[in-house]
Design a protein around this ligand. Structure first.
Ligand SMILES: [Fe+2]
Length: 310
């Protein structure tokens, strides 16, 4: 007999506390379905609180494409979104779809998903009493921070280009006969790509198309109540026009507000910079980037060395 919801210990899709996710990971299942019935009232309440307080901030600090994306996705302010509902609005616009995952996706697989216009999406949500800081992504970060940008074709095409970059990286790595050199080279290239992704897709700023000043397009900013305003208003943040040679050599830390951010003029500009990243990769300019953050772990490296890129 079914247990009442309040007594069912399997109910709840809270970050790091969801039995459904733990079990999927134990079975080695990375790509999963979204078991919508498992979201608890507390989960929906966390979404409601997060969404309500971001609305005013988005109006003030988000770039126009994000605002258009939020409108066209028809996200509910009151309930955790169903990915299939999001995809019904998203797919016809750019071909992108959100794809539920059980946790960390090794780097090559992540970028390869983007190349196929699939966005690996976390389906758990942070606790309602910890709205502000969370080291892991959650569904609010992924769906309310990332996915609205995926409704814009220039932005969506840029993500696909990251996937092309990953394929070239795997090609390069697999062409090197010596194992040690292969690992060293792929570590440097992946570190460069991760830094570029971080300073653009996660924490990028853009010159406003309509007014003087800056707007955020990076999802780490767009999903953070405190950091979104801080990134644009705080005098202590360093903000510079994007420079590829700087970005690929610049480490970052994930556990505090970013002290350094980079600005693009437009998504066409961003796309051109990803093209240049790919060109530099082909020319060997990513083979020896500055050591430091982020860490490139063994799963990331293996994902490139074992990738099938035919
Ligand atoms: Fe993210």
């Amino acid at each position: 007999m079914a247990q009442p919801i309040s007594e069912n210990p399997r109910i709840g899709m809270t970050t790091t506390e969801a039995p459904f996710i733990e079990e999927a990971r134990e079975r080695g299942e990375l790509y999963i379905d979204q078991p919508y019935e498992l979201y608890s009232e507390a989960n929906h309440d966390a979404w409601r609180k997060l969404y309500a307080r971001m609305t005013g901030r988005w109006e003030q600090y988000a770039n126009d494409k994000f605002m258009e994306g939020i409108a066209s996705l028809c996200l509910s302010p009151d309930q955790v979104p169903k990915l299939e509902d999001v995809n019904q609005f998203l797919c016809p616009l750019t071909g992108f779809r959100a794809k539920a995952v059980s946790g960390y996706v090794p780097a090559f697989l992540f970028f390869d998903c983007l190349r196929q216009r699939e966005f690996p999406t976390t389906i758990t949500i942070r606790r309602g009493d910890k709205l502000d800081y969370l080291p892991e992504p959650d569904i609010f970060h992924d769906i309310a921070g990332h996915v609205p940008m995926h409704t814009d074709m220039a932005f969506a095409d840029t993500l696909v280009r990251f996937g092309d970059a990953a394929h070239l990286a795997a090609d390069i790595a697999q062409s090197i006969p010596d194992h040690e050199e292969r690992v060293r080279r792929v570590t440097s290239i992946v570190r460069a790509m991760a830094r570029f992704f971080w300073f653009t897709i996660e924490f990028g700023l853009m010159r406003s198309q309509k007014s003087a000043g800056l707007k955020a397009y990076g999802s780490g900013l767009l999903s953070s109540y405190g950091e979104l305003a801080y990134s644009i208003d705080a005098p202590e943040v360093q903000r510079f026009p994007i420079q590829l040679e700087w970005v690929i050599n610049q480490g970052f830390e994930i556990d505090h507000y970013q002290p350094l951010l980079f600005i693009v003029d437009s998504f066409d500009h961003l796309f051109a910079e990803v093209d240049r990243l790919i060109q530099w990769m082909g020319e060997g300019k990513l083979n020896n980037v500055a050591p430091g953050e982020p860490d490139v772990n063994e799963d990331d490296i293996r994902s490139f060395l074992n990738a099938s890129v035919g």
